[in-house]
Ligand binder design. Structure first.
Ligand SMILES: Cc1cc2nc3c(=O)[nH]c(=O)nc-3n(C[C@H](O)[C@H](O)[C@H](O)COP(=O)(O)OP(=O)(O)OC[C@H]3O[C@@H](n4cnc5c(N)ncnc54)[C@H](O)[C@@H]3O)c2cc1C
Length: 451
């Protein structure tokens, strides 16, 4: 005998959890969340847990502003059970020629919803407050420090070569596990059920979702199916005969014990905004460049190495990340990790925070893990209705799935329940690919998306 559910969600990562929470909160009854793994144990357990409202695309800024607003509300209601802070993101450059483009990009983002841009070029009388340990949700916009002196004054642990630093204020980090559990618990309290099983096929009849078949042999009759399968978005999409245009990129992160406290415990997320070549000594450089598999370590590597303190003032842990080599691949678990990742990231960070060099002779034992950015070509999420009646998508959330989860879940709930839709609904609709002009525009672009 088959069972029934009004809405079936496949995937209990942060996106599935948020979808369940906002669906049940907005009046949906009989929601069934299915995952073959424990909730929040796949990609959502691997992230750096950071958030920002500072995006080149105005729809992304609007989505993140809404998500941060929802997170702030949840934090207030729950006594900040998921440790949301507003330390900000600090983008640092040592390249004089980048100050003008950084300023003009920041001006555009500021006007597109990022908030006020405050420029500080002289010491004294300025109203810049660097990050503090406390969360300050009233801080918005960004502070742009221009000049070596002012950067050193407020962030003396940074390289003396740093000539500018952009401090994005509506940004920080949180505990993704605790946010996710809070969303799941809130959904459960409103009647959402959880089933541990694998979705093996979705039955479609006359262009409409009819039933979901599970590995256990169970069948769930339903009219609404939500694909929130994270790195398996494409695979689950194909069960409905849909081609979901996403791919998976491997991304890693390393945690080390910063026993020398080279990163201040109250630092914001620190990001080096310049490409760089790693500082090997002559002998190391010669050995690395002789071997084809290691030669890339001596090349110019991309901008973006970043770090942040993890845990409270009494913790010594820091996280280190760097997307120095993009690997597009089919997702496999456990993710294939790079043995040299922690050392490369640590050496890259030494350009921004020179005291990292104190670890060169003895790299602290790292804990490395990784997962996949499941992303669309244009690096915009897919949220909403598909061509199959009753089938919805929430995913392609790349490296921003934690920070966007609340607004994405709310948007999906409104698409399903017929609530009013924000302007950004159109931008993120999976149906955007039905427009040949849209597809042509992105196919012609040679860069890696606008984010
Ligand atoms: C190294 C790294 C750093 C990151 N840093 C950040 C960050 O700082 N900020 C940020 O916002 N984001 C960050 N992200 C991205 C973020 O982690 C992801 O975007 C987000 O976790 C994706 O959530 P999800 O729910 O879509 O996928 P997942 O968490 O992977 O959940 C998908 C679920 O679907 C289930 N599933 C799939 N197929 C089936 C099936 N057939 N039947 C049943 N269940 C199924 C899986 O078991 C899984 O539990 C980072 C990611 C990585 C890898």
């Amino acid at each position: 005998m088959s069972e029934t559910a009004h809405i079936v969600i496949c995937g209990a990562g942060i996106t599935g959890a948020a979808a369940a929470c906002f669906l049940s909160q907005n009046g949906a009854r009989d929601v069934l969340l299915i995952d073959e793994r424990p909730p929040l144990s796949l990609t959502s357990d691997r992230s750096t847990e950071c958030f920002r409202n500072w995006w080149p695309d105005p729809s992304m800024t609007a989505l993140m502003n809404r998500s941060i607003e929802l997170m702030e509300r949840l934090a207030q209601e729950s006594g900040n059970i998921f440790h949301l802070n507003h330390r900000g993101y600090l983008y640092v450059t040592a390249d004089e020629s980048q100050i003008a483009p950084l300023t003009s990009r920041s001006n555009i983002i500021s006007k597109q919803g990022g908030g006020e841009l405050r420029i500080h070029a002289t010491i004294g009388g300025d109203d810049y407050f660097p990050a503090s340990i406390e969360s300050d949700p009233t801080l918005t916009g960004a502070d742009l420090l221009i000049g070596k002196e002012i950067v050193q004054r407020y962030h003396p642990y940074l390289s003396r070569h740093a000539v500018a630093a952009l401090h994005v204020r509506r940004a920080g980090w949180l505990s993704a596990q605790q946010l996710g559990m809070h969303l799941l618990e809130s959904a459960r309290q409103r009647g959402t059920r959880f089933l541990s099983d694998r979705v093996t096929s979705v039955e479609v009849q006359n262009g409409r979702v009819k039933a979901v078949h599970l590995d256990s042999g169970r069948t769930i009759d339903t009219q609404i199916f939500v694909n929130a399968a994270g790195p398996f978005l494409k695979e689950v999409g194909s069960m409905l005969g849909l081609e979901v245009p996403v791919f998976n990129e491997l991304h890693m992160k390393a945690a080390i014990k910063d026993s020398l406290q080279v990163v201040p415990r109250n630092a914001p997320l620190l990001i080096w905004d310049d490409p760089q070549s790693l500082a090997w000594n002559d002998e190391e450089r010669e050995i690395l460049s002789e071997e084809p598999s290691t030669r890339w370590m001596t090349d110019l590597l991309p901008a973006g190495v970043h770090t942040r303190p993890e845990g409270g003032m009494d913790s010594q842990t820091i996280l280190m990340l760097w997307e120095y080599r993009n690997r597009v691949m089919q997702p496999v678990w456990p993710a294939p990790l790079d043995d040299t990742f922690a050392e490369i990231a640590l050496r890259g960070l030494a350009v921004m925070v020179p005291r990292f060099k104190e670890y060169f002779d003895r790299i602290p034992h790292p804990q490395v893990d990784g997962g996949y950015y499941t992303r669309s070509r244009e690096n915009l999420p897919l949220i909403g209705k598909t061509e199959v009646e009753g089938a919805y998508l929430i995913g392609a959330v790349s490296g921003f799935g934690i920070m966007s989860a609340c607004a994405a879940g709310e948007l999906l709930a409104n698409c399903i329940l017929g609530g009013s839709l924000p302007d950004y609904a159109q931008t993120f609709s999976p149906q955007r690919y039905l427009d040949p002009e849209y597809v042509r525009k992105w196919d012609e672009l040679t860069d890696d998306g606008q984010l």
